[in-house]
Design a protein. Sequence first.
Lengths: 123, 186
Amino acid sequence: MNAASADEGVDGTQAGSPTTMVLTEDEALELLAYLVTAARTQLDEAAEYGPLRLLTAAQRLAGYITPRVSPETRALLEGPIQHVPQTATRSADPDGYAASLDTVCRVLAEHLVARYGIDRGAR
Amino acid sequence: MSRDALEVIRTRRTVRAMTSEPVPRDQLERILDAAAHAPSAGNRRLQRFVVIDDAATLRVLRMVSPGMLQRPAAAVVICVDVARAMEYGFSATSSGLFIDVGTAAQTILLAAHALDLGSGPVTSFSKAAVSAVLNLPARWSPEMIVCLGHAAATQPSPVGPHRRRTWRDLTHWGRLDSNANTAASS
């Protein structure tokens, strides 16, 4: 997988940006296996585990790429994304859980806005 | 047990973070001996245990087990011998088969705790993938994985509602009256 750029082409390659491997094959396989098997297990387990599994996947991805990303992205990965406990579920605190996910989404969006410069005018 | 049984029951917790310290073979064997003494309907013993304690297989097992947050030093995969169960007249989905998985699992969890080991049950895994990873015979169905290892100093918070329910919260004494029925269904 390659580091992102605002100038991503249709084939996913970067225009005018150095490409950097951010996942090893083993890391990518581990994440892929997690996602595929989680899709199956979700058919049988409590629906509230869905967000939990997705967040765990996001946290594992964050753990893999943190050493190899920009300082700004690193701050995001080491911050709010890791702050939602791996064992948190909606039933314990429905409003608080939604609020914590909203916080993560908001901070993520703010990072994307800054990274891709869309706060500096329309392209 | 080397500790008071009720104390072991009351102090057991699911361990979701483990160190890389291995679990000695003799401790695994003591745990499995305990599991063989778990209650089993009709004393049929339809559960089979597959022990994994090599790092490579554990790593792959974890890859296909989304519920396995910990990195265990060993794991016991509790399987049901479905073909043998059907020979007794059970259907493959008979609840009794899974109740016996539960009694075996709880016995393993308590035995591990009595030996000062951490443990954690995992049911969120792909049965198809685990069967392939472990090369299980088609007649065996993996139903639960019990992770074993030494507890790390820091643990994730428990899953779900954090209020501990007492036995009084969970128990009705005697026949339920109408009010209790209404409360129970709400």
